[in-house]
Design a protein around this ligand. Structure first.
Ligand SMILES: NC(=O)c1ccc[n+]([C@@H]2O[C@H](COP(=O)([O-])OP(=O)(O)OC[C@H]3O[C@@H](n4cnc5c(N)ncnc54)[C@H](OP(=O)(O)O)[C@@H]3O)[C@@H](O)[C@H]2O)c1
Length: 306
């Protein structure tokens, strides 16, 4: 089966490629660089240059592919948000997905399935409200971005392509994301919750996120939006306490929102926003989480030998 992945060189994409390449698939990565720094080792991976949002040779690759997985997008928290960065964040998802979908629509042999990443940020800041796939969406920059991103992906349905958009939660793995950022301060005994600590984290272990992304490939009747988060969300305070306990380090130095504002600007609001997403659709479809609880997930990541 020919599978195309955009953004396959990233944090999630690397783990996803490792999982998919265990099966005998023809794996093609669309990347802005055909010599990406994190070049994957698998012989099955072929790189095709694309400038997300621009036309090019990559469009011909869609022909005959069975599945397209769209993960590309400028990292949300690498830079302080300003007008220019927000525009790049927007275009790297909305324009890129639009062009990708146009290529899918004009292919003679269209893919059967488009899986396009989404995020729980679509719900906005919702306190402890339980959020399933029927819940309303939010109205801040991130929520509007993610809703527009999903809308572009669903345009592929007009060409008879099945579309699934996993609303991904906070992905936990040692080599990146929140875990990598929290490790050093905790090792220096200077760790603690980010923001007030009351916000709910809809987290997910990397092993489950990659299985959840490919779930629609194996389940032909599965489509639409779906929450891709562990079934047991926790508050930032609980998360940080368990994190410290596993590392045998205290968790008593919170990072105040004011400090985040200085570092990240408007993005600070998104960092401390609260979503209690529930993966109702996946559970109903029989998906079984390898790491449904935060303690075993963090033990596995921080203390893999135990
Ligand atoms: N990690 C999370 O916790 C999380 C949670 C919810 C949703 N998501 C979403 O899931 C997707 C994958 O997440 P990730 O953590 O793996 O992201 P990532 O590590 O930042 O990687 C995303 C990939 O997108 C491509 N990219 C980066 N900047 C780009 C730009 N300006 N224009 C076009 N492409 C660009 C890069 O691939 P090339 O350099 O090869 O082009 C990069 O490897 C993202 O869209 C993210 O928003 C992630």
């Amino acid at each position: 089966m020919k599978i195309i992945i955009t953004g396959g060189t990233g944090f999630i994409g690397t783990a996803l490629c490792n999982l998919i390449s265990r099966e005998a698939h023809e794996l093609v990565l669309f990347s802005r660089s055909i010599h990406p720094k994190k070049k994957l080792q698998q012989a099955v991976v072929r790189y095709v240059q694309w400038n997300a949002g621009e036309e090019g040779e990559w469009q011909n690759e869609i022909e005959g592919a069975s599945v397209v997985i769209n993960l590309a997008g400028k990292n949300l928290f690498e830079h302080r948000w300003n007008k220019k960065i927000k525009k790049e964040i927007w275009n790297s998802r909305i324009l890129a997905t639009k062009k990708l979908v146009e290529a899918v629509q004009s292919a003679r042999h269209k893919p059967e399935l488009l899986i396009s990443a989404s995020a729980v940020g679509v719900y906005g800041n919702r306190g402890s409200e339980l959020l399933n796939e029927q819940s309303s969406t939010g109205n801040d920059f991130l929520a509007n971005l993610v809703a527009a991103w999903e809308k572009e992906a669903f345009n592929a349905e007009q060409a008879g392509v099945r579309v699934a958009t996993p609303r991904i939660g906070l992905v936990l793995e040692k080599s990146g994301g929140i875990i990598e950022r929290m490790l050093l301060p905790f090792k220096l005994c200077a760790g603690g919750p980010i923001g007030s600590g009351e916000q709910i984290l809809s987290w997910i272990h990397m092993a489950d996120v990659v299985r959840g992304i490919i779930f629609p490939i194996e389940n032909k009747n599965f489509s639409g939006v779906y929450n891709l988060t562990a079934p047991n969300a926790v508050t930032m305070k609980e998360f940080s306490k368990i994190f410290g306990k596993i590392l045998h380090r205290p968790s008593r130095l919170p990072v105040p929102k004011a400090a985040l504002k200085i570092l990240f600007g408007e993005a600070a609001e998104a960092i401390v926003s609260s979503q209690h997403a529930v993966p109702e659709k996946l559970l109903h479809a029989g998906f079984s989480f390898s790491f449904p609880e935060i303690t075993s997930a963090l033990e596995n990541i921080l203390n893999p030998q135990s």
